[in-house]
Design a protein around this ligand. Sequence first.
Ligand SMILES: [Mg+2]
Length: 159
Amino acid sequence: MPTLAERCRGIELLVLDVDGVLSAGGIWQGAIEGQMPAPLEGKEFHVRDGLGLRIWREAGKDAVIISGRDSIVVHRRATEVGIREVLQGVGDKGKAAFVGDDIIDAPALRLSGLGVAVADACTEAILAAHHVTHRPGGRGAVREVIELILRCQGKWPSI
Ligand SMILES: [Mg+2]
């Protein structure tokens, strides 16, 4: 079994779930009277995940988000932090770190080069993962993963 550091060394691509990973999982919904059916929808993202993703990109690495739910808020956040959105399949699984939180993430966690469950992930995700973060989803877990990988590769910026 490869160690955590060994798994981190080869990672070039970060694959992120949105709800429960980049956000804490909350989905705010509102509606304006007379404007049915389009509800107003919002999610809260963490500022340190945003900076972490910019550092990740500056290290020459790629990041994508897998979103099951189509959301304008997610499109906007992806553009802001310079990441792409994909709906399925990532090619070179060995070079990918996948971060997830729920039961549907378990296969991807198992198959990726580095499978990471956030601290408040469900039991199935935690059991499938190679590593569990200290921080919960939407509260800097993604930043923690980026820092872990880049430190293992000697690429975390020194200030
Ligand atoms: Mg999720």
